[in-house]
Design a protein around this ligand. Structure first.
Ligand SMILES: Nc1ncnc2c1ncn2[C@@H]1O[C@H](COP(=O)(O)OP(=O)(O)OP(=O)(O)O)[C@@H](O)[C@H]1O
Ligand SMILES: [Mg+2]
Length: 426
């Protein structure tokens, strides 16, 4: 009789385990099915979490991606709103931080009374919750999964966590494969988009080159005619109109120059070996009378070997970069009302591979919003008819075509610095 009872008990346990295993299989199948029909990592984890929530009766769950120095909630289930949560990986007082350091499974009975964690880590109403958290790792780190359940249903937390651990062991390799698969799809899509974009840009480039060419001749004719008119004795109004025509054509010619630079491929530029000081000094020469008039003092600093320094470049284009920098400083000085000594300092340096030109003014700098848009085409803070807002965009494009880089920094109230890097040739 005793033996029979023992046997019955064993059968009962086996039956329970069998039922649990069948349930796990069902859940696993459900998860795999959900995974195969989602197209991005975020929604895949959202679906996985919601299935696990239902299966284990969790109330809420999170998938946290481990990025360079931070954790970021990538998917959540059971929360009212999308959770934005960022915390440094060094944070020891967060559940994610603990699991990250532990790199394994962790169960926490009643998080609120646990001294290891900050109170209310994720949500304000975290009254008496328990949690199970685990670190998912395949070839690369997938992230951290955290599941919450009310404290009163966590009596058999150990049993729940065993079941979850088993399920995740089977699931993790599939999750890993799916994440790589989805990343590959995304990369392919990005490349396809880029190809499409460059195709579009190429035809736009051809079109703008054509337009620039067509516009140039009539424009120069208008400009020459207006200048001819200016040479005649004129009434006050006619002189003003002629002046305005010249100004407008100058403005249009700048836009055309921009179109040309934009549509030109770098192999169409007139690249020659030039001394780096030439475009700088030529640009200063062009502005010398106006700079003198406005009492702006320009200094060029370079060590002895610098004038011999050479780069491969289009002299006219590089000169136009420095012309725009000087014109911008000159315009900015116009807004200065204190009696500061107006200065532009240009330093030319070099290291083994590159030439660095540091252009610096004390013309009062610019606000952050202006600096962020400085390279945008047609962005200008100057009055109507004064600036086209193409100068810095052109400068950026030209330096890029020279395989170089331009970096701006500014201190409001003080001044602006542009650093231009160009490859050096021997
Ligand atoms: N050295 C500087 N100091 C302060 N603000 C500057 C300086 N350089 C550029 N900026 C700001 O950046 C804006 C964009 O400059 P950008 O040279 O592209 O156009 P622009 O000078 O307004 O017009 P354009 O160059 O076509 O005549 C300027 O309107 C100005 O607000
Ligand atoms: Mg300008």
């Amino acid at each position: 009789m005793e033996e029979r009872e023992k046997l019955l008990e064993k059968i009962e346990v086996l039956e329970f385990e069998l039922r649990e295993t069948v349930k796990s299989f069902e859940t696993l199948t459900e998860i795999l099915l959900a995974m195969s029909t989602t197209e991005n990592i975020e929604s895949m984890f959202c679906r996985v979490l919601s299935i696990l929530n239902i299966h284990f009766r969790f109330t809420q769950s999170l998938f946290i991606a481990c990025e360079k120095n931070e954790f970021k909630v990538l998917a959540s289930s059971g929360f009212d709103e999308k959770i934005k949560f960022k915390v440094s990986k060094n944070s020891e007082s967060s559940l994610a931080g603990c699991v990250y350091n532990l790199k394994s499974f962790m169960t926490v009975k009643n998080m609120d009374n646990d001294p290891r964690f900050d109170k209310n880590e994720f949500f304000e109403q975290s009254n008496s919750v328990s949690a199970i958290a685990t670190y998912l790792e395949q070839d690369t780190t997938l992230g951290i999964l955290i599941f919450y359940l009310p404290y009163e249903v966590s009596k058999n937390l150990h049993h729940i966590s065993n079941g979850l651990d088993m399920l995740l062991n089977v699931l993790t390799p599939h999750l890993g494969q799916f994440v790589s698969h989805l990343k590959a799809i995304k990369e392919r899509q990005v490349i396809q988009m880029q190809l499409m974009q460059s195709g579009k840009l190429a035809s736009l480039g051809k079109m703008s080159a054509g337009i620039a060419h067509e516009l140039n001749n009539p424009l120069f004719a208008i400009m020459a005619l207006a200048q001819n008119i200016q040479r005649k004795p004129l009434g006050e109004k006619t002189a003003l109109y002629a002046e305005q025509i010249v100004q407008c054509t100058e403005r249009m010619s700048k836009v055309i120059q921009h179109l040309k630079v934009f549509s030109r491929k770098s192999d169409e530029l007139d690249f020659k070996i030039i001394e780096i000081t030439t475009p700088v000094t030529e640009a200063i020469k062009l502005f010398a009378p106006q700079l003198r008039q406005d009492c702006i003092h320009v200094t060029v600093n370079f060590s002895e070997n610098i004038p011999m320094l050479k780069c491969k470049g289009d002299l006219v284009q590089l000169e136009s970069v420095f012309q725009n920098l000087i014109a911008n400083s000159k315009d900015a000085f116009e807004n200065i009302t204190d009696h500061r000594e107006k200065k532009i300092i240009i330093e030319i340096k070099s290291d083994e591979n590159q030439i660095k030109i540091v252009y610096c003014d004390n013309a009062g700098g610019m606000p952050k919003e202006v600096m962020e848009k400085i390279y945008d085409p047609f962005f200008t803070t100057k009055g109507v008819g004064k600036g086209t807002g193409l100068g810095m965009n052109l400068a950026y494009e030209i330096i890029k075509q020279h395989s170089g880089k331009i970096v701006v920094s500014t201190v409001i109230g003080e001044g602006t610095t542009f650093e231009i890097f160009l490859p050096k040739v021997d």
